[in-house]
Design a protein around this ligand. Sequence first.
Ligand SMILES: [Zn+2]
Ligand SMILES: [Zn+2]
Length: 249
Amino acid sequence: MVRQLADGLLAVLLAPRCLACGHPLESPLGGPVCPSCWRAVVPIPPPLCLVCGDALPSWRQVDLASACCARCRRLKPSWTVARAAGAYEGALREVIHGLKYEGRRTLAAPLGALMRTRGAEVLEGADLAVPVPLHWRRRHARGFNQAEDLARHLGLPVVRALRRVRPTRPQSGLTAAARRHNLRRAFAAPRRGWRGRRHDPRIEDACVVMVDDVSTTGATLDACAQVLLAGGAREVRALTAAKAILRRL
Ligand SMILES: [Zn+2]
Ligand SMILES: [Zn+2]
């Protein structure tokens, strides 16, 4: 009753608008994104590549034995499976922008909940969540790491087992090969050793889920997975809020 009243007052007095569609919010206390925009965040339609979760063109063109996209067949990733809550477009793209660039950190909870539901197969049997790190300078400028905020809502212990050693150029607009080159030696284990060990002992023999907001070619995730495997992780998987769909196969 009080909440309803407060909601109504806020809606009238401040008239905040939905971050994704721009329509006035009926219940601002429910968060900065309206219910119909949340409903518009749909899963990536199958068939999906069993490895990277990218959309495959059609069942007819899928090699059923592997059910995997041309990119994954050409260059097998270091992680075993990657999934996303949805495609990086429409409302989901706006929600991620709101979280990342407008500092709307409350969005991490509903977005993380969505990742938890849609990524159930990735989280099943996993031991830890490891957020993809930002370079310290970027983290400092932003004040938080959106990947870490998302990782906190997946129901797994969160371990900061990675460090971005050097800032990398933005990946957008680069070819797959250039992305990999850009990321060479970009990640490492955290500087602080664990009693002289280079890696966090918690990742040893663990099934680790890397967490990030968006993945495109998976080059960042691959660079991170290599560091985690070198540190003794038994298996590395990935879960992101969104996947940029690469229709070119
Ligand atoms: Zn909306
Ligand atoms: Zn694939």
